[in-house]
Design a protein around this ligand. Sequence first.
Ligand SMILES: NC(=O)C1=CN([C@@H]2O[C@H](COP(=O)(O)OP(=O)(O)OC[C@H]3O[C@@H](n4cnc5c(N)ncnc54)[C@H](OP(=O)(O)O)[C@@H]3O)[C@@H](O)[C@H]2O)[C@@H](O)CC1
Ligand SMILES: [K+]
Length: 241
Amino acid sequence: MSLRYLTAKLAQQIDDELINEAGAFSIDQLMELAGLAIAQALARVYNKDEYPNVLVCCGPGNQGGDGLVAARHLAMFGYNPVIFMPKGFKDVYNFERLKTQCDNMNIKMIPPSNDTSLLQDSLSSVEVILDTISGLVSEPIQAPFDSALPLLTNSGLHIVSVDVPFGWDVEEGNVEGVGLEPDVLVSLIAPKLGVRSFRGRHFVAGRFIPKSLEEKFGLNLPEYPDSDQIVELAMEEEAHR
Ligand SMILES: NC(=O)C1=CN([C@@H]2O[C@H](COP(=O)(O)OP(=O)(O)OC[C@H]3O[C@@H](n4cnc5c(N)ncnc54)[C@H](OP(=O)(O)O)[C@@H]3O)[C@@H](O)[C@H]2O)[C@@H](O)CC1
Ligand SMILES: [K+]
């Protein structure tokens, strides 16, 4: 039985079940585990001696929250993350706490601005971009990320994307051809249909899904090694899907 690739609707349904009485998780718990796993995947591929500087690009939704958590863990691991979060977080209470936790780690945040020169400056001093802009939303690319996208794409830097690379459709992939082209992808819980064409290093993260939910949704998740929070999909597995 092969790994199940999820529609946007199914991914949302699994998230909802994890949070309602069946799963009984709080969003903070899931965000913390997701952010930790994302940081672990980035560290697995880009070691901190060669790639110490990471630009963490955060959207205004839950995925942006995952990004703030990942930035904090990367700092704990010895990286030097810088946060680019040009649009205010939707859940202000969560954001304020996550932002304070990043401030306490002396993580720099690029101030929101219509002028892209600050972003450009940061791109010239990092080795890796972490794309935690959006995950489950299929929308045309909107401000303020529209002006950032070409800068990220043309930077030539290594890119780690979470769930769905920015600019891709959740189910159809990079149909417009303008989305980010990451080197590494971290799929939370299970990959989404749109990333079937992805051929870089692909990790699945989310070692918190109860067996009952895995079975209910027929996910056929790969086995996580040891005590890892991430599992890398083998190239053969990718080629056969
Ligand atoms: N499964 C799990 O275990 C866990 C899942 N979690 C995470 O939740 C993520 C889903 O979160 P989510 O539902 O809040 O949506 P998300 O993708 O963050 O986008 C929100 C906003 O972004 C914006 N935006 C989107 N597209 C855009 C565009 N093209 N151009 C410009 N802006 C765009 C848009 O903002 P708006 O324009 O509406 O202000 C939209 O409303 C999921 O991927 C995973 O990372 C973890 O937190 C917990 C564990
Ligand atoms: K993303």
